[in-house]
Design a protein around this ligand. Structure first.
Ligand code: EPU
Length: 417
């Protein structure tokens, strides 16, 4: 297992480019199963999760080639609508194959994902959604067996807006015999980009970007090509690192519209920020002001940036509160931040952070993708050396993390344990 050795108190400056979005590419990759043929997807990040999804596509019978950042997928010979436990347990997003399998084969056998790194994450909305449009669903030996040769459309009303369940419902409904209405649909940019991709294949989805989607089932789709949107969570991570240690740090290849809430919050912290068409420049404030935050669905403050915000607030000149309303138990980073000298207490989903003057480097453990990102930010700001172990978590969601940070004057080494 690799670990990262981070030299603290480095000033970050220069320019860094953001990769294509993990959470946008994963559903688009599986959407290629729906219609047999050849697809070319550009700006694909080289992540553990992308490679896991490639493995899953290959198990179904797809041929995949990954060259530079271009992924070519031929789904002509897919014939195995099964997602095994070994893959699904390592990456929950594998569950996204449910919709495409049903759409193409009228049948899906998908392992239940089990818990994730920070706790249970249910799949009931995915199941209820496909039942609403005519699928028959059973649970057998830890697998969801869904049958739906004649999906017929229907009305799906999500009790809570869900990114994954919306994606699955849309992919299941796009070729159904009839119209599907989704109420309380997710409006995250990653779902918008999936819907746009399906429309470029000949789908008929309207209301894209709103929380009411109307999907008129079509008989036939055709393969299409696309370019993945910039990763707003990776961009937010670099911006927060800039808020902690940056001076004229320029983050390139971003979509500032997807980052409005982050920019707004970083300005409240006191950062100097210049927004350009595809890039954002940030300089840390003299004094990091404490800014409380509550996570919410898009366009609110993303839960995927909660841990990084906590690292920043640990260095603020005062007290703040962070509430995660999306995942009440996504706080495994707290005990690691405490090891670096942070002062944080947690009651249910409410964290109280007392800013400290200085964090101090030591050994910490990465527990999930975004928790690891928070430890890197804290380590970059801390005095001394921080060693982050179990960094396979970070490799799931961040491309070349240490090279990217080193290109802006950090000193992060990857070593084998
Ligand atoms: N929920 C249910 N039942 C379901 C599905 C969701 O109760 O069947 C609840 C969840 O427990 C949560 C809320 O609904 O409280 C929203 O979860 P959502 O379904 O939107 O999450 P997801 O689709 O499983 C995606 C991202 C996550 C990100 C969340 C929230 C992907 C591959 N994953 O997960 O990303 O945190 O949306 O924005 O897109 C990450 O990248 O590190 C990551 C975890």
């Amino acid at each position: 297992m690799d670990k990262l050795i981070i030299e603290g108190e480095k000033k970050l400056f220069g320019e860094v480019s953001i990769s294509g979005s993990k959470n946008a590419v994963l559903p688009i990759m599986v959407a290629t199963i729906i219609e047999p043929g050849n697809y070319v997807i550009e700006k694909v990040p080289k992540l553990r999760d992308t490679f896991t999804m490639i493995k899953l596509l290959e198990i179904t019978g797809a041929e995949v080639d990954f060259n530079e950042d271009v992924l070519t997928i031929d789904t002509s010979n897919c014939n195995n609508p099964e997602a095994p436990y070994d893959l699904v347990k390592t990456m929950r997003a594998s569950f996204y194959v449910l919709g495409p399998f049903l759409s193409r084969f009228g049948y899906a056998k998908v392992s239940m994902p089990g818990g994730c790194a920070w706790g249970p994450r249910p799949i009931d909305y995915h199941i209820d959604a496909i039942k609403q449009i005519g699928a028959n669903v059973n649970l057998l030996d830890g697998y969801i067996i869904a049958k739906g040769e004649k999906l017929k459309g229907g009305e799906i009303n999500f009790p809570v807006s869900s990114v994954g369940a919306t994606g699955n419902a849309v992919m299941a409904a796009v070729k159904a015999n009839g119209t599907t209405k989704i109420l309380n649909a997710a409006i995250e940019p990653e779902i918008t980009s999936l819907c746009e991709f399906l429309n470029s294949m000949g789908g008929d989805i309207s209301g894209i970007g709103t929380n009411q989607l109307l999907i008129k089932g079509v008989d036939k789709l055709k393969p299409a090509n696309c370019k993945i949107i910039p990763d707003r969570i990776e961009a937010a991570t670099f911006l927060i690192a800039g808020a902690a240690c940056g001076e004229n740090l320029k983050i390139n290849d971003v979509n500032p519209k997807h980052l409005e809430v982050i920019i707004q919050f970083l300005r409240k912290v006191g950062c100097e920020i210049n927004v350009f068409t595809n890039s954002i420049e940030i300089t840390k404030p003299q004094k990091i002001l404490p800014v409380s935050m509550e996570t919410a669905i898009y366009p609110g403050f993303p839960t995927d940036v909660q841990a990084q915000w906590m690292a920043l607030m640990s260095l603020a000149s005062g007290n703040s509160t962070i509430i995660d309303t999306v995942y009440h138990d996504r706080f495994t980073h707290i005990s690691e931040l405490l090891r670096l000298g942070a002062d944080i207490t947690l009651k249910y989903n409410v964290a109280q952070i007392k800013g400290v003057n200085q964090l101090f480097g030591t050994n910490v453990m990465s527990t999930d993708i975004r928790a690891s990102a928070s430890l890197i930010i804290a380590g970059l700001a801390a005095e001394g050396i921080t060693e982050v172990s179990r960094i396979y978590h970070i490799d799931r969601g961040y491309e070349n993390i240490e090279q990217k940070f080193n290109s802006i004057n950090a000193n992060i080494k990857r070593i084998k344990e």
